[in-house]
Design a binder for this molecule. Structure first.
Ligand code: SF4
Ligand code: SF4
Length: 370
């Protein structure tokens, strides 16, 4: 079944060109806070532009400081070198006021592509919600004007429903790993989650997800497993997959959940389908427990719940070098893990391979401790 995701991903990188040739608006995004429903409702396709390898970082160093987060540098390097087909295909780029590095990167990106930066509040209170709702109304107007299309109540509701269905299925898929032993290897789950971002036909994606979930359920085995169970949290893990996720498995432990933007942050919480849809979309996105928010207590709460629900022995908190907000939250997540009875380790790293040996040694010691 995994092959279906791989095939779809490969095919869809070609299909993106066809969609563009058909005149579909292609909207490049960098963040889980980008409101995909609005892009879908205007007839567009949202594509993720977050880069996951170090090959373009040196190009970025010409304009960006070396001590910046590798995700930002790699993505910017890809953008300006014109090596990324998704960036090349994008008609516009949607940014958001999350971390400082990304905000400043969007300023520079605007020299290469039209950029719309969403003003995301730094808090999640009532006033922030009103501001965010207002921002989404402006974004809706911008999209309508830019792509000469109307976002109606009807097509917005359709967008909300299809994204909700996708989210429910993605959560169901991830939650299969609450079983002991977890039926989907962490590396495989990571690849599926990653590939899913590049499947643009939502209906086809939903069909593939349903078939995969069904097949996995039918193969659930009641076995005894003494493998240690680990939750990954922190910064997006796409660029450090080989040296962390694969390595944990090579050392004999299971990765059972991803509390990050590759995994649950992207899919938890649905958009209410009754009432004011823009307000409901604003509410749902403001619930994302990202460290860029002031008083982001939800993340620690989720970690505690996950440790129980996934019967986890350990939590590994990935901090990409230069990511201050996730680095600062490590103490809070360490405490939460301890309270819920799991061991905790934070790993600061970048996209290079230079520290692979050192990371393997630290992972080995951590897994032995569990
Ligand atoms: S970690 Fe936060 S800023 Fe980064 S992609 Fe996720 S939601 Fe956006
Ligand atoms: S990992 Fe941290 S520094 Fe990097 S883009 Fe995300 S929030 Fe910003």
């Amino acid at each position: 079944m995994r092959m279906d995701f791989d095939k779809l991903k490969k095919r869809n990188s070609f299909e993106l060109q066809n969609l563009k040739a058909e005149g579909k608006p292609i909207v490049g995004t960098f963040c889980t806070y980008s409101p995909k429903e609005l892009i879908y409702a205007v007839g567009g396709v949202a594509v993720s532009l977050c880069a996951n390898d170090e090959s373009s970082i040196n190009i970025a160093h010409k304009e960006l400081p070396r001590n910046l987060c590798p995700l930002i540098k790699a993505s910017y390097g890809y953008a300006v070198s014109k090596k990324c087909p998704y960036m090349n295909a994008s008609d516009i780029i949607v940014g958001e006021t999350t971390c400082d590095g990304k905000k400043k990167m969007y300023e520079l990106l605007a020299n290469h592509k039209p950029v719309y930066v969403l003003e995301l509040p730094n808090m999640t209170n009532k006033r922030s919600l009103a501001l965010w709702k207002d921002e989404l109304i402006s974004f809706k107007e911008f999209l309508q004007e830019k792509f000469k299309a109307k976002i109606t109540q009807e097509n917005l509701l359709e967008a909300v429903k299809i994204h909700n269905e996708e989210r429910e299925l993605m959560c169901e898929l991830m939650e299969l790993n609450k079983a002991i032993p977890s039926p989907i290897k962490g590396s495989e789950l990571h690849e599926i989650l990653f590939a899913s971002e590049f499947i643009y036909d939502k209906k086809e994606k939903i069909k593939t997800l349903k078939a995969f979930i069904e097949a996995t359920k039918q193969n659930l085995e009641a076995k005894i497993s003494d493998k240690k169970r680990i939750i990954i949290t922190g910064c997006p893990s796409g660029g450090v997959y080989e040296k962390i996720i694969k390595q944990i498995e090579n050392l004999g432990a299971d990765v059972v959940a991803f509390e990050n933007c590759v995994g649950t942050k992207n899919y938890r919480n649905l958009v209410e389908e009754e009432g004011n849809l823009i307000e409901n979309i604003a509410k749902r996105y403001l619930e994302i427990p990202c460290s860029v928010m002031y008083k982001n207590d939800k993340r620690a709460q989720i970690i505690k719940e996950f440790i129980k629900e996934y019967s986890a022995d350990g939590v590994i908190d990935i901090v990409l070098s230069g990511c201050h907000t996730y680095a600062i939250e490590t103490n809070k997540i360490r405490e939460a893990s301890k309270e819920a009875g799991a061991n905790y380790m934070s790993l600061e790293t970048d996209y290079s391979r230079q520290d692979s040996g050192q990371i393997r040694t630290r992972l080995e010691a951590f897994i032995e401790l569990l």
